[in-house]
Design a protein around this ligand. Structure first.
Ligand code: PDD
Length: 289
C-alpha cells in the first residue's frame, strides 16, 4: 500500500513522522474523509472547501491548492488496491516543534494522505443507537483530529448492546452522532439540526438535504429537542462511510415500528441512485478519453 507523506509517495512501511509532530503530541491538526466510488472522488470540491475552512479556523496555511490536492488524491487512487468503494483520508497537522503549547506561524505542516477500502457493514436492516450528553468542545464545525470524545462515545455505543452510534445531546437538543449527522422524520416532514458550531457540516447531510428538496420533500434545518428525537417516527444517520443509515432502536427502545421506515427507503433510494449516476458519468469520461 502506498501513502502520500510530505510531498512523496511511499510504501506505508517507509512513511515515518517525527514523535515531535504536534499531531502526535497535541492532536493539533485537521482531517478529511472523501468517499471514492468506482475510482471517482465523491463531492471532492465540497470536501476540499471544508478542509480549507478547518485549516483556516486553526490558523494553518493550506499547503496545496485545489488542483494540487486533486492530483495527489487521484495519484493515490490509481496506486491503491482495486475495489469499488474506497475512502481517501487526508490529515494536515501543524508540523514538528518542541513540545510547547505556543506555535510559530512559520511552521511547515505535515501532510498525510491514504486511500483505503471502506469496510462499512450493510446498514439496510437498521442500526441501534444510544443517547448521550455531548461531551465534546464547542467548535465541532472544525474537523479536528482530536477525536477522544468521539472514540469513547462510539465505543460506549458498541459496548451497550452492540449499538452503532451515540446520538449526542447538548442543552436538551440533538447535535449529531459521534461520527455522523442526524435526521428525524415526524409525519411527512424531515428535520436535521442547523449548521452551527455544534455540528460538523456533513457533506452527506448537505447532499441529502439537497436531493430530498429536489424531490419535493420538506426538509427543515431546525433544532431537534431530546423529546422530539424520542418521539420521532424515523431517525437516520448520514456520513461518508455510513451513507444514509436507518436507526431502528434508541437506548433499547424501538424507533417507530422498529423497522427501517418508508421515508428512509425513498431517501436511501434517491441517495443510491445519485451515487450510481456519478459512477456512470465516470465510465463515460474514461470511455471518451
Ligand atoms: N466522520 N459528524 C461527525 C462528528 C463526523 O465525524 C462525520 C464523519 C460526520 C459526517 O460527515 P460527512 O458526511 O462529511 O462524512 C458528521 C468521518 C467519516 C470520520 O471521522 O471517519
Amino acid at each position: 500500500m502506498q501513502v502520500f507523506l510530505n510531498g512523496q509517495f511511499l510504501n506505508k512501511e517507509d512513511a515515518k513522522v517525527s514523535v515531535f509532530d504536534r499531531g502526535f503530541l497535541f492532536g493539533d491538526g485537521v482531517y478529511e474523509v472523501i468517499p471514492v466510488y468506482a475510482n471517482k472522488m465523491f463531492r471532492f470540491h465540497e470536501h476540499i472547501v471544508r478542509l480549507e475552512n478547518s485549516l483556516n479556523a486553526i490558523h494553518i496555511n493550506n499547503p496545496y491548492n485545489q488542483s494540487e490536492w486533486q492530483n495527489i488524491c487521484q495519484d493515490l487512487i490509481k496506486v491503491s488496491q482495486s475495489g469499488d468503494n474506497k475512502a481517501l483520508y487526508i490529515q494536515v497537522t501543524r508540523g514538528v516543534s518542541e513540545r510547547q503549547h505556543l506555535y510559530e506561524d512559520t511552521m511547515v505542516p505535515t501532510v498525510f494522505v491514504m486511500c483505503n477500502k471502506i469496510y462499512s457493514r450493510p446498514f439496510d436492516e437498521g442500526v441501534g443507537a444510544i443517547i448521550h450528553e455531548d461531551i465534546r468542545w464547542h467548535r465541532c464545525d472544525i474537523k479536528a483530529i482530536t477525536l477522544l470524545p468521539n472514540i469513547l462515545l462510539r465505543q460506549l455505543a458498541k459496548d451497550t448492546g452492540g449499538a452503532y452510534e451515540a446520538i449526542l445531546i447538548r442543552d436538551n437538543k440533538v447535535t449529531e452522532g459521534a461520527a455522523s449527522n442526524v435526521f428525524i422524520v415526524k409525519g411527512t416532514s424531515v428535520y436535521t439540526p442547523p449548521k452551527d458550531g455544534s455540528i460538523l457540516p456533513g457533506i452527506t447531510r448537505d447532499l441529502l438535504v439537497e436531493l430530498l428538496r429536489d424531490s419535493g420533500q420538506l426538509v427543515y434545518e431546525e433544532a431537534i429537542s431530546l423529546e422530539a428525537l424520542k418521539d420521532a417516527d424515523e431517525v437516520w444517520l448520514t456520513g461518508s462511510t455510513t451513507g444514509v443509515a436507518p436507526v431502528i432502536q434508541i437506548d433499547g427502545i424501538s424507533v417507530g415500528n422498529g423497522k427501517p421506515g418508508g421515508l428512509w427507503k425513498s431517501a436511501n433510494n434517491i441517495f443510491n441512485a445519485y451515487i450510481e449516476k456519478i459512477k456512470k458519468i465516470t465510465i463515460r469520461v474514461i470511455f471518451v478519453l
